[in-house]
Design a protein. Structure first.
Length: 409
């Protein structure tokens, strides 16, 4: 019954996507005649910002494709490696990377296969990548991380590893496989385990991802997804050309008001207690800005290579974002200090998961942020940076966790 229903729904979506593709193709040809055609572009030409300087950007050919990376900070500094989540890429670590590099750490950011500015290579490489995804799923990204470190000459160095969402799971698996190479482990709302119960009022984003992920396991729907969503994004990318500068601007707008103002504890608590209609509207606007950042991220990647949806399909088909990965976290050696951040307003993963993870990760500290969602390092970069710097320096988070303002904001 479920298989037949899924197959029928896939056919319906496939036909719908085919019609959308035809309509969009006609409109795209019209735009091309009117001068809206865009070429593959070099982000260097569009860079006018002064933050994550593109002179630090490099690329290196790995087994499956070119990998884009940034290396910042002094060569003799402690090496900190950042792993991004699904659909994002390395630019999201801009604030934290700059903070740490300015404080003497060497920082490595890079884009996972098929995301950001890491190229997709030839069609043959793409097919080989899919075969590897079939075999190993998300663990392919663990191998990419290891290969990049080896190629850059960091194979024998101890590293501090940070991971967000899917990148958090990759970081945990890396720490489990290479315990002697990981000095610190920092996780931000990692993919970890299914919720014990489902709350639709809080987890609407989770419901959408569940449905799309399940349907992408049908090849017919996967092709429809690439055809429909891909063409739609392709069209929107023509009408709304996003540059790297636009992404960094949106990144700044995603910072929460309490982090931007750098208020002291008393001032923050006073504002939170006086929550009014304007405050609620600000929170709604804040969520919308987060969604706009995600959309801009996708559009920027489409301009780099309009085959991006094929890689998103592979990730959705061969990665269970709501699977039980307790065994990965349970096998991390207890000697590794771990700092776990959790945005309380996360619409994808259950809040209870952070407490369950804390119980599994014996040598860990947990910091909850009630004003942050799935990407708390975007909303609270100053506060997260404060914790992060002290943790990397002393292997313990500071200010003290007993201080209520830092646990409840």
């Amino acid at each position: 019954g479920m298989v037949q229903t899924g197959t029928f729904l896939s056919w319906v979506l496939f036909l719908w996507a085919y019609l959308v593709k035809k309509v969009v193709s006609v409109f795209v040809r019209f735009l091309d005649k009117k001068g809206h055609r865009y070429q593959k572009f070099d982000p260097q030409r569009h860079a006018k910002y002064t933050e994550l300087d593109l002179t630090f950007k490099k690329s290196i050919p790995l087994k499956y494709e070119k990998t884009c990376y940034y290396l910042l900070g002094p060569e003799d500094g402690e090496l900190v490696v950042f792993l991004h989540g699904f659909s994002f890429f390395s630019f999201v670590w801009n604030h934290l990377a700059l903070q740490l590099s300015q404080k003497g750490f060497q920082v490595l950011l890079f884009d996972f296969y098929g995301q950001g500015e890491s190229g997709l290579g030839s069609e043959e490489q793409l097919k080989e990548l899919e075969e590897r995804f079939k075999e190993d799923g998300w663990k392919l990204l663990v191998d990419q991380t290891d290969e990049l470190l080896q190629r850059l000459g960091f194979g024998s160095r101890q590293i501090s590893l940070l991971g967000h969402s899917l990148g958090g799971l990759v970081a945990a698996e890396f720490a489990s496989k290479h315990p002697n190479r990981v000095k610190h482990l920092i996780l931000f709302n990692p993919v970890s385990m299914p919720a014990s119960k489902f709350d639709l009022s809080r987890k609407f984003g989770s419901l959408i991802l569940h449905v799309v992920q399940d349907l992408c396991r049908y090849d017919l729907f996967g092709r429809a997804f690439v055809m429909g969503v891909g063409r739609g994004l392709d069209l929107l990318a023509r009408l709304w050309p996003i540059t790297f500068e636009d992404l960094l601007n949106s990144l700044g707008e995603s910072q929460h008001w309490s982090d931007r103002l750098e208020l002291n504890e008393t001032e923050i608590e006073a504002i939170l207690q006086q929550k009014n209609v304007l405050g609620l509207l600000e929170d709604i606007f804040f969520e919308v800005k987060g969604l706009i950042l995600v959309l801009k991220t996708w559009l920027y990647q489409m301009r780099l290579d309009n085959r991006r949806p094929q890689c998103f399909r592979l990730a959705l088909k061969y990665t269970d974002f709501f699977g039980d990965y307790t065994h990965v976290f349970a096998t991390i050696e207890q000697k590794i200090p771990i700092l776990l951040f959790w945005g309380v307003k996360d619409s994808l993963f259950a809040l209870e998961n952070c407490e369950r993870l804390k119980a599994i990760l014996k040598n860990s500290a947990l910091i909850k942020m009630s004003s942050a969602n799935h990407s708390c390092f975007l909303q609270r970069p100053n506060l997260v940076g404060l914790y992060l710097y002290n943790f990397l320096r002393d292997s313990s988070p500071a200010p003290p966790l007993s201080e209520p303002v830092y646990c409840s904001i």
